[in-house]
Design a protein around this ligand. Structure first.
Ligand code: HAM
Length: 432
């Protein structure tokens, strides 16, 4: 007896994106490419996996991502590889590996693709998710930061999400951050008992992260914590001041958030996040910042850079109910032609005709379920359901006369046309 197989389900936190949802994804992607190319960005595609070391060194040993969230495996050659949890470190690697900076600075690239983090799945948080990200590498000037923030808001405007909250901070650089961290650590140590368990542990490993803990107890403690912007060295303070002047000139609205520190160690100076408060707990729709030390870490070359990544699942969730993207077959506009055949000998002719029409760029349907013996009524029902404007009826009598019947599914009228002119007729009808 055959064993009854249990259905195999998808992996938790790795959702399928179904045909009914795809129109919205495609619209976001298409509009992004257009806007990004107008800002001078070109697409780059790096592999889904990299050497584990790239992320450990790039994102930072002490971060949650490296400590807890990476999909790491040893391949058959004994090498430790990791599914990319983000794409900034891979892009920086690729830029140096292929000497792309010789093409001009800043080098501007974007990517669209899946990222992998073993986080606890919940609404808006997944283990496989998608980002659109940009990186501008090679220039330290705050002009790059300002253009990038304007680009970020431009993208969201284009998608139909104009009113989100932009939070900005400067977290300094290796010359001023140590003294800030020292002060912050002393402040937090003296209140250690009030911090949550995770933050008590973070205190030794990554004290900055205590600032963005969401538990009410920690938030109460960090409300009056020392702020990084009060500890900036002169060059960092100057960079931040010039950035803010440019943002004001560009009429970019933002709020300074002294708690904004980001979860990746590579950031220096500018850090920012875009939040959609309507989304609930996982409401950051994009995040980014400057990473002037990352190239040194990965490639041994001191080259500044800045970038951001947008979480596409969160963008799509923000758009739910807002846009008019088509969702089901029933929402599709009435167009194209369904080829119905009557009588066993004709299904092959129907097939050939359908292929000719498709090659002439006409949306064309035909019955694939039967053997060419389905009733006309049931074929017309299918044509109607699948939203075809016309139905071409190929019957034996018509065949003998070298004709087909063209039925308008909208008005209901029909006419006979010579078989040889069908494609011309329909492409003409389509254009007219
Ligand atoms: P990130 O803040 O880790 O930054 O991720 C950017 C965005 O990706 C988040 O704001 C969120 O919208 C989305 N995201 C992150 N994790 C998840 C998840 N588990 N499920 C759903 N969405 C998620 C980075 O990844 C940096 N590489 C950004 C960057 C580029 N910085 C400089 N250049």
């Amino acid at each position: 007896m055959r064993e009854i197989r249990r259905m195999i389900k998808g992996v938790r936190g790795a959702p399928d994106i179904l045909p009914a949802e795809i129109a919205r994804w495609q619209r976001v992607e298409t509009e992004s490419r257009r806007v990004l190319e107008n800002y001078g960005y070109r697409e780059i595609r790096t592999p889904i996996f990299e050497r584990t070391e790239l992320f450990v060194r790039g994102i930072g040993e002490g971060t949650d991502i490296v400590q807890k969230e990476m999909y790491t495996f040893t391949d058959k050659g004994g090498e430790s590889l990791t599914l990319r949890p983000e794409a900034t470190a891979p892009v920086v690697r690729a830029v140096h590996e292929h000497s792309l900076l010789s093409e001009g600075k800043p080098l501007k690239v974007y990517y669209i693709g899946a990222m992998f983090r073993h986080e606890r799945p919940q609404a808006g948080r997944f283990r496989q998710f998608h980002q659109i990200g940009v990186e501008a590498i090679g220039v330290e000037s705050p002009r790059v930061d300002a253009e990038m923030l304007a680009l970020l808001l431009h993208l969201f405007e284009e998608w139909g999400l104009p009113d989100l909250a932009l939070y900005l901070n400067s977290i300094g650089d290796p010359s001023c951050r140590p003294s800030y961290i020292e002060r912050l650590t002393a402040f937090l140590r003296s209140r250690k008992a009030k911090l949550c368990r995770d933050c008590q542990e973070r205190l030794g490993r990554n004290p900055l992260r205590v600032l963005d803990c969401k538990t009410p107890g920690c938030r109460a403690v960090t409300a009056d914590a020392p702020k990084s912007i009060d500890f900036l060295c002169d060059p960092c303070a100057d960079h931040f001041r010039r950035l803010r002047e440019l943002l004001d000139a560009l009429e970019v609205k933002y709020e300074i958030d002294p708690r904004l520190v980001r979860g990746l160690d590579y950031y220096t100076r500018t850090a920012f996040e875009l939040v959609n408060p309507a989304l609930g707990a996982q409401n950051a729709v994009a995040g980014g910042g400057r990473y002037d030390g990352l190239s040194e870490e990965i490639a041994g070359k001191a080259v500044p850079g800045i970038g951001f990544a947008v979480g596409l699942e969160r963008v799509v969730a923000s758009l739910a109910g807002k846009d008019k993207d088509r969702k089901t077959v029933g929402d599709q506009p009435l167009e194209g032609v369904f080829v119905a055949t009557l009588g066993l000998g004709l299904d092959r002719h129907g097939f050939l005709l359908a292929q000719r029409l498709r090659r002439a760029s006409v949306r064309t349907g035909l019955d694939l379920t039967g053997e060419g013996d389905r009733s006309l009524r049931s074929q017309l029902r299918q044509a109607d359901k699948e939203r075809f404007r016309y139905c071409l009826i190929l019957g034996e009598d018509e065949q003998k006369r070298g004709e087909v019947t063209l039925k308008d599914m909208q008005g209901g009228g029909q006419e006979s046309i010579p078989l040889g002119t069908v494609v011309e007729h329909l492409t003409g009808v389509k254009r007219g």
